[in-house]
Design a protein around this ligand. Structure first.
Ligand SMILES: CC(C)(COP(=O)(O)OP(=O)(O)OC[C@H]1O[C@@H](n2cnc3c(N)ncnc32)[C@H](O)[C@@H]1OP(=O)(O)O)[C@@H](O)C(=O)NCCC(=O)NCCS
Length: 183
């Protein structure tokens, strides 16, 4: 079952995310960050035969702009990989984007094949708006980011007439992009 996260889930969410962060796969999250952004989060919870329930995965959907939301903090604990939990969590973000009428979803990831199977396409990082890079300041890899950007457009969500997000400036060195060439 996937449901919105509550404050009770924060210790387990932190455990799942930070176990991956230790391996360099994700950004560390403090309890303070998780509480502050808790409304973005959903968790996958199993119900065991004895009635116990356990959280096996989490995801967050952060609104970047009127036409763009970012999938963050997607993780499934090691023992429960490959059983479709990651896909279901991404599907929750798709439904949430539809509910919010946000037409495009993106993620910064190392898991290219996983996202491609779910209808995402790799895009050059500099096609994303400047606001996407705000979290990179907290990343230990910010000078040598090797994540790729993936995007999925929800064709059934209408195009919104709204001010455009500030683009990523070309030729300006932003940590996660390649350093600009000196001509
Ligand atoms: C990426 C991750 C969330 C996938 O979760 P999961 O529950 O194992 O994924 P699913 O079982 O839903 O897999 C869906 C499909 O993707 C494939 N897949 C999953 N991880 C893959 C990978 N690393 N490379 C290639 N294919 C992958 C599965 O084989 C499956 O294919 P199928 O539909 O043909 O059977 C999980 O591996 C994880 O937590 N990784 C570490 C944290 C991380 O990198 N998060 C992404 C941050 S954006």
């Amino acid at each position: 079952m996937i449901r919105p996260a509550t404050v009770h889930d924060v210790p387990r969410i932190a455990q799942i995310i930070n176990s991956h962060a230790e391996l360099g796969k994700m950004l560390f999250k403090s309890y303070a960050q998780l509480y502050a952004n808790l409304r973005d989060f959903a968790i996958f919870q199993s119900t065991e035969p004895e009635g116990r329930s356990e959280i096996h995965g989490c995801v967050a959907l952060t609104i970047i702009w009127a036409d763009l939301a970012e999938i963050r903090s997607l993780a499934v604990d090691e023992q429960h990989r490959g059983g479709g939990i990651g896909s279901q969590l991404v599907q929750w973000t798709v439904q949430e984007a539809r509910r919010l009428q946000i037409r495009r979803l993106m993620a910064l990831t190392y898991e290219q094949r996983f996202f491609e199977k779910l209808g995402f396409q790799v895009v050059p990082k500099e096609t994303l708006p400047l606001k996407v890079w705000s979290d990179c300041i907290n990343c230990p890899k910010n000078q040598s980011c090797d994540e790729i950007a993936v995007v999925r457009t929800l064709d059934d969500v209408p195009v919104i007439q709204a001010p455009k997000a500030i683009p990523t400036p070309s030729g300006v060195a932003i940590p996660v992009l390649d350093w600009a060439d000196d001509d």
